[in-house]
Design a protein. Structure first.
Length: 742
């Protein structure tokens, strides 16, 4: 009964409600039998449920109402007679329906109205009517009341609502769709610009989602996306935020009124951790990861296109920097993206043109300091970019389907070189999940061994947990095949992402490699890593597996690993990865024993850097060289005779300013302490929580735009017309850089 312009109603409309026909009919009174006919037709019509009638007196009280209305409202008709007509409706309830709120105004102005949508005052369910009314006037113009009709439009409204829901939400996950996110973000940013408020946007992309889709099938992929959506909703519970799925495995989150990068970084980390926990999909277990890019308005973009582009670029950089990371937008990501594209392009020729080589790092027996194995790493000497680290090019190679030939080359090269080593020293080769998923891997391994004449027990394949993703049967078949060849298997990077001891019981590993992130802080008081490593070691012993601790740099860490019973150590404290020639030399005597050498304690916080920063004092900005940086302070060089206690504003560029006090001062070197600690920038560096707001810059006369690169705070500091003081400090050229650029 959604369409109410049927002929029966048309007739009654002209009889009883608005329109010229009604007035001409009222001028010609009906005869007795016509009246009787009219009443019968009216009753039939009311009984048909197609519509209803009402009338009111000159004070707006109901004088007639069709039976069906009383029925729908769950009361007697007599109870409605005498009530104000408004009592039938709920007014002011639906925020986006402004029409219904105008009804009382129309009624009190005694105007004609038609097809106004109102919500019925029914408590137990939602009923919507469209109502019309026409004032009844005496010949002298005296108002007598209203007569009108109505129809039930609940079904129409519901289907309209469904359609608009469908147009705004993703039917799979129930999250907002691309269309809605775009509209909301534009509307929010426009309103926020006027109110000078900030708004952050996160773009999230799932790592390895394609593998789940490919191995477990699309229905499983869909189920996974639903679970991802639920987890996101758990992390982002603030009602002002909105989460959307833009398509595929791409998600977007709008976070109004947050511009604190410390807080945003924490949120991103929580999201990544939550998404990286395992999923149970149709009886299979699977693990995926997530990367997050973050941009904040007005700093990184003023309108939604600009902001989303910035967040996208940050996401691209996060994915490029290895998986499971977040990244804030910064203007130098543009050149980074360009570099990544270049790397992908050049990677195709790198193998053929001899730019790749293999570096080896000793793995040392904890008790005897004797080298027992060498881990092979790929090294790429790019003709223009110099050394490109594997953490950068391996993920690109995986994505660009180049890991096959690259992995095969390293395997062959490592086996051939290892075959020359005396004394049974093993070689360990990293195998990425993409290689493991290739059913041809066992025969490639067999060929490499045969070609080099290397006994299989001297080859160890290092696998990461990501191989457990997807098809369990295929994974266990691959394990069988590799074990049949007689090679050893190691679980690499244990302790990163999701680490489950349950893998260890089912997979035929000979060794567990405990990741360096697990080792950092192990000697600090209250750190629980020691207890966890102890339990990994005892489980490994029970399962007859060896353990290797990775990334040991300091004596305190080495001591801790010895106490915990870890069987082997790999790290700078023994040796960094080195060339095949040096390995040959060192092993020439048949045995290689290394004395550990390194700092007594691991110092995580201070990073050696070398870059120019600005120091602002009174009306002056001095260029100095920053030599090291930690969360709480930095060491700078370049000013003479600065008294302790002097306050500076450190200008890191791109609107990043930090208030700092000189705590130590010697000659041209000053140790500064920040008033507010720096936070992680997601790329292994540090950044300020807040930046100079483009709104503030706009007030100072700059155009309102996302933060330009470079430095500009002096424009803010100097009041036009005020005299400029003399510089307090003499500036010196710190000369040639003494530290290496980190
Ligand atoms: P990984 O297999 O866990 O290798 C350990 C990484 O830690 C290596 O970095 C190594 O140089 C570094 N490292 C060793 N000792 C220390 C230390 O004491 N302190 C610190 N901070 N780092 C230490 P690298 O060579 O940059 O390789 C990074 C990752 O790239 C490797 O992690 C591995 O997952 C991957 N990779 C490297 N070469 C290959 C390859 O040929 N194939 C595949 N599939 N992956 C590779
Ligand atoms: Mg490894
Ligand atoms: Mg590792």
């Amino acid at each position: 009964m959604s369409n109410v312009s049927g002929s029966a109603l048309g007739r009654f409309r002209s009889l009883l409600a608005p329109g010229k026909a009604a007035s001409s009919a009222s001028q010609k009174p009906l005869t007795g039998s016509e009246l009787e006919q009219a009443v019968l037709l009216l009753r039939d019509y009311e009984a048909s449920g197609l519509g209803w009638f009402w009338s009111s007196d000159n004070e707006g009280r109901i004088t007639y109402i069709s039976d069906c209305i009383a029925e729908r409202l769950g009361c007697e008709r007599s109870a409605l007679i005498g009530q104000p007509i408004q009592a039938l409706f709920v007014l002011d309830r639906d925020e986006d329906d402004t029409v219904e709120r105008t009804l009382p105004l129309i009624l009190s102005a005694r105007k004609t109205f038609s097809d106004i949508q109102v919500r019925a005052a029914a408590e137990d369910r939602e009923i919507w009517w469209s109502i019309s009314g026409r004032p009844q006037l005496q010949a002298d113009g005296t108002f007598l009341g209203y007569r009108g009709n109505g129809t039930d439009i609940t079904a129409t409204r519901q289907s309209q609502k469904d359609a608009s829901r469908l147009a705004q939400y993703d039917s799979l996950t129930g999250l907002a769709n691309r269309h809605r996110m775009g509209k909301r973000l534009s509307a929010t940013l426009t309103a926020y610009q006027a109110a000078k408020r900030a708004c952050a946007v996160m773009m999230m992309d799932l790592d390895r989602f394609k593998a789940v889709n490919d191995t477990l099938g699309h229905p499983a992929g869909d189920e996974l996306l639903k679970q991802v959506a639920q987890r996101l909703q758990r992390v982002i519970s603030d009602k002002n935020c909105e989460i959307g799925r833009l398509g595929g495995d791409e998600f977007q989150i709008m976070l109004p009124d947050i511009d604190d990068r410390g807080r945003l970084g924490e949120i991103a980390k929580t999201i990544i951790t939550m998404i990286s926990q395992p999923y149970q999909i149709e009886g299979s277990r699977c693990v995926i990861g997530a990367s997050v890019g973050i941009a904040i308005a007005p700093y990184d973009g003023i309108n939604s296109e600009e902001l989303v582009r910035s967040a996208d670029l940050a996401l691209y950089a996060a994915k490029g920097g290895g998986r499971g990371q977040f990244r804030f937008y910064s203007s130098d990501l543009h050149s980074e993206a360009e570099r990544r594209r270049q790397i992908e392009e050049d990677l195709r020729d790198a193998l053929g043109s001899g730019q790749m080589r293999v570096a080896y790092q000793p793995i040392v027996d904890t008790k005897s300091n004797k080298v027992v194995a060498m881990e092979a790493f790929s090294r790429w000497e790019h003709p223009e970019l110099g050394d490109v680290p594997p953490s950068v090019f391996i993920p690109i190679a995986e994505e660009a389907n180049l890991i096959g030939p690259l992995g095969d080359w390293i395997l062959k090269q490592a086996c051939a070189e290892a075959a020359n080593w005396p004394g049974g020293v093993r070689v360990a080769v990293n195998v990425s999940a993409a290689q493991f998923a290739n059913t041809g891997l066992p025969s490639l391994v067999a060929q490499a061994l045969a070609h080099a004449e290397l006994p299989p027990e001297r080859l160890e394949l290092e696998l990461t947990e990501s191989i457990f993703l997807g098809d369990e049967a295929a994974t266990s078949e691959m394990f069988n095949q590799l074990k049949l060849l007689g090679v050893r298997l190691a679980l690499d990077d244990f302790g990163t992402g999701y680490s489950s001891l349950s893998y260890l019981q089912h997979a035929p590993f000979d060794k567990i490699k405990i990741d360096k992130s697990f080792i950092r802080g192990v000697t600090e008081e209250g750190n629980r890593n020691a207890a966890i490593i102890a339990s990994i070691v005892s489980l490994a012993k029970a399962l007859k597996m060896e353990t290797t601790a990775e990334g040991i740099e300091a004596h305190d860490e080495l001591e801790a690993m010895r106490k915990l019973g870890v069987s082997q150590i790999q790290g700078y404290i023994y040796a960094s990865p080195t060339t095949a020639e040096l390995v040959d030399e060192a092993l020439a005597s048949g045995e290689w024993v290394i004395e550990p050498e390194g700092p007594s304690r691991y110092r995580q916080d201070r990073r050696t850097v070398l870059r120019k920063v600005g120091l602002i004092h009174e009306d002056h900005r001095y260029e100095v060289t920053m030599r090291n940086l930690s969360r709480s302070g930095c060491m700078v060089e370049g000013l003479m005779d600065v008294p302790e206690g002097t306050q500076f504003v450190v200008d890191f560029g791109e609107g990043q300013l930090a208030v700092a006090v000189v705590r130590r001062s010697a000659g041209t070197m000053q140790g500064l302490e920040f008033e507010q600690q720096l936070v992680d920038d997601g790329a292994g560096g540090l950044c300020t929580r807040h930046r100079v707001s483009p709104y503030v810059l706009a007030q100072a006369g700059m155009p309102l735009q996302a933060l330009p690169s470079g430095s500009y705070p002096m424009q803010l500091m100097q009041q036009p017309g005020t005299p400029i003081s003399l510089p307090k400090f003499g500036q010196v050229d710190p000369g040639k850089p003494r530290a290496k650029v980190a």
